[in-house]
Design a protein around this ligand. Sequence first.
Ligand SMILES: [Zn+2]
Length: 248
Amino acid sequence: MFSRQSRIDHRNPLRGFTLIELLVVVAILSLLVSILLPSLGRAKIAARAAVCMSNLRQYTMANELYANSFNDKYVPVLTAWGVSETGHDHDPWMWNSTYLELLGSPDLRLNTKIGENEKLWCPDLTQASTYRSGFVPSYGMNMMYVDGYVSFENLWMVDRSRVERPSVAAEITDCTIWYIYSMSYADYVLRWDVKGENHSSSIAYRHFGGTKVNVGHFDGSVECLSRPEAWHNDPAMDEQLWVIYGEK
Ligand SMILES: [Zn+2]
């Protein structure tokens, strides 16, 4: 006479899977893989965009520290080389040792090759844009419409006390050169930076498959903007994104 327990023991616990069970398991696993793999890819893309946004925030914070030390003037973006205001470090930010020290990356300007020394570089920078002797820019600071329109004299220092919409105006973005100063240099139709292409000067839509650009604002906030959000070919429609001082 078998007890209930012995009957259970009598069933073969090691009988293995039937073919049907195996097929069901395989089907479920392939379903999971097909669901998870694309989302893993998307997670990596989103992670790279997030690293870039964190970088941009650090650039804006370093610029606040710079302005604290230089009478409310942000670090020069584009300068008449060799021309300096008394007591002002006149180098553009990429070469400005004070700014790079504040950024905690004094050797940033030495970045010459993708794959080397990429601290604070956009992780989606893969294109081969170069400027002068192999220099590879990753971000550009906005110098557009500082005083309604660009003139060489007002390019080089943004006055913090005059930035009227710090949470709206763009300070620094993904870019293929270290400054953005004219419509033609940020024209998303003519000069957008698609991964793998090589354009000398442009805001760069590197993220999410070449569809979005990260934009750091003067209040330290960072946005990831689509092409239509970042540029309409009509700056008046950009809700003053590119306008640093007052109304355009
Ligand atoms: Zn980026």
